[in-house]
Design a protein around this ligand. Sequence first.
Ligand SMILES: C[S@@+](CC[C@H](N)C(=O)[O-])C[C@H]1O[C@@H](n2cnc3c(N)ncnc32)[C@H](O)[C@@H]1O
Ligand code: SF4
Length: 296
Amino acid sequence: MQNVFILMTHRCQRSCGYCFEAQLGVRKAGVELPAARLAELAVHLVSPGRSSVIISGGEPLLRPDCEALIAALSRDGIPALLISNGDALSEERSRSLAAAGLMALTLSAADFVQVKDAAAAAAAVNRLVQLLEGARAAGIPGLSVIYLISSTSFQHLPSLVQRIEPLGVSVLPQPLCGSSAAPLTGALSPRALPRDTWREIWSMCGISSRSMYTAFVDGLYGGLPTKPAWCGMGGTAAVLEPDGEVFACFHRRDLQCGNLHSGNPAAVRQRLKLAAMETATAACFGEHCVSLFSGR
Ligand SMILES: C[S@@+](CC[C@H](N)C(=O)[O-])C[C@H]1O[C@@H](n2cnc3c(N)ncnc32)[C@H](O)[C@@H]1O
Ligand code: SF4
């Protein structure tokens, strides 16, 4: 598979009400296999030379053996990217992640989703800049920020872009997704933002207005047909859970492919292949399940 997500834990020190994990009801403590075992299992899912592993969660930095997973993957020639909220990212932690061979770190700019005033937004910018500078000084090669676009957070995007552009850090604008019927995700959804605002967002983040990603978001909120194949989950992904369970998509808990730790890896791979065919054309595709890794 092209994108192999390893969720090291479902635990998290935050409780963002809009979180995918909360919406799916999967955010809980449970069996967490050691890093060395997760790395062994991931080898069954990657396509040599073509795959990236994305380490996420829950909050992956809550696992003290996150570095051991990255080191084991890089010994096998598999590049690892880490997505984190940054709360446990000290300068020392950045150095140990770099030493383990982390290729890229993506920090989530979650604090902007519900900031109340300009002072809180400025504090959120300063925090991210400090974390990114620490990661850069530690030698982590690729740095980026996922900026959640909500009904209000887009207003603070310019102040963040202005500060981190000189650091060479890219910003990935991610529409906040969730059911429109749920009070929180309904109110936070950016679905009502005018097209001009989206155009400003793309241009600020250096994304071409003719890219697949912009067409995809236009389609999503403009009622145009969107394509499952444009979703990073659509037929090209595998999700490895902390206990060894495998899914074809974060959001399709019905597409469970079995447990790689306790089951037969060949059977799990076969079920994943069938499930991937389903996600490639799934009718489930839509605002509630838009993937972070949609093509740009
Ligand atoms: C589930 S989190 C796990 C990693 C880590 N705890 C973090 O927040 O970066 C992975 C990414 O999903 C994003 N995310 C969570 N809920 C979302 C939602 N409802 N819509 C869009 N993105 C969401 C987060 O902002 C984060 O960038
Ligand atoms: S920090 Fe990440 S995993 Fe934790 S609640 Fe927020 S979005 Fe979810």
